[in-house]
Design a protein around this ligand. Structure first.
Ligand code: PNS
Length: 183
């Protein structure tokens, strides 16, 4: 008899400011491979983000976890939305994750991703980084560009779910405080 497969927990870290169809594509693929997926939002106070960590987690929950009453408990138990600070490998070890999952869109992502993966391997050799390729239609989509297009009044409905688009519109329609506008 083949050996029992191990229960593999993967962690998908990122800024998710906001979550895009590219992220959702990677998450969908990952749930077909790993037993459990922790989508972990980086708490980075230095990074200028449009949405707070709590808002980013709420948006992820909104698009990933079906509303109460319509949940398939087995599916829901397999995806967790969390946040972390400090070193990613420490958080992964603490959560029992053996895999760090990252999405690669184009060759331009590779250098940065390779650097991070090798640094993380040096820091924690038992944790493997696994790269998944997003659907090619998403290969040019990034949270940064989505924010820029939305800020300039462009249509982002092909890149983010409708609820996220609405949040972007709402957030970007507010006048920025003077301190921020001066930047
Ligand atoms: O979505 P992003 O901004 O590309 O995600 C970057 C992220 C969160 C994966 C990276 O910044 C990270 O892991 N930060 C945690 C701090 C850390 O462990 N740094 C060393 C990584 S080599």
């Amino acid at each position: 008899m083949p050996p029992e497969p191990a229960h593999v927990v993967a962690i998908y870290p990122g800024s998710f400011d906001p979550v895009t169809f590219g992220h959702l594509d990677i998450i969908g693929r990952a749930t077909r491979i790993f037993d459990r997926l922790i989508v972990a939002v980086l708490q980075n106070e230095n990074k200028q983000s449009l949405f707070s960590v709590d808002e980013r987690m709420e948006m992820l929950r909104e698009v990933l976890l079906p509303p109460a009453g319509k949940q398939n408990p087995a599916e829901v138990a397999r995806i967790e939305i969390a946040s972390f600070d400090g070193l990613l490998v420490n958080y992964a070890a603490q959560r029992g994750a053996r895999v760090i999952l990252r999405g690669i869109r184009a060759i331009s992502d590779y250098e940065y991703e390779l650097q991070m993966a090798l640094m993380n391997r040096k820091l924690a050799s038992r944790i493997e980084t696994v790269f998944l390729m997003a659907e090619e239609t998403q290969s040019f989509v990034s949270s940064r560009l989505v924010k820029e297009v939305a800020r300039l009044g462009g249509d982002v409905s092909a890149f983010v779910p409708a609820s996220i688009e609405a949040r972007l519109r709402e957030r970007l329609s507010r006048p920025r405080p003077l301190r921020e506008a001066a930047r």
